[in-house]
Design a protein around this ligand. Structure first.
Ligand SMILES: [Cu+2]
Length: 118
């Protein structure tokens, strides 16, 4: 019984971990989706599917990926609620926003599952 509970917990943790990541595609020259809405605690992964270098750079100096080359990615976790505009340093027209909403159920339950493994 203990084993079953543990296995279920592990499966849930993996499910939650997979679920807690949102990919934003970087294309030449746009972010897809340009406007993403995610729950607090979400990991955002920007992956460059284009042929040239891009960046994910916060308009308000919160983060800067540096160069993201083709087929590379940059990840950042968003723990604060709010709307965070960003752009690409190389292409003025490339703009996006991350809106982080306070949805207590999902991040908290994920935190509880994660706490079991600390
Ligand atoms: Cu760019």
């Amino acid at each position: 019984m203990r084993t079953l509970v543990l296995m279920t917990t592990v499966a849930l943790a993996f499910a939650a971990a997979a679920w807690a990541e949102t990919e934003i595609r970087i294309e030449d020259n746009k972010f897809v989706p340009a406007n993403a809405v995610v729950p607090r605690g979400e990991m955002i992964k920007w992956t460059n599917y284009g042929a040239v270098v891009h960046t994910s750079t916060s308009d308000t100096q919160i983060w800067d990926s540096g160069d993201i080359r083709p087929n590379q990615f940059y990840k950042r976790k968003f723990n604060q609620t709010g709307t965070f505009p960003y752009h690409c340093e190389y292409h003025a027209a490339m703009r996006g926003t991350i809106r982080v909403t306070d949805t207590p159920v999902t991040p908290e339950s994920f935190g509880r599952v994660k706490a079991l493994f600390r």
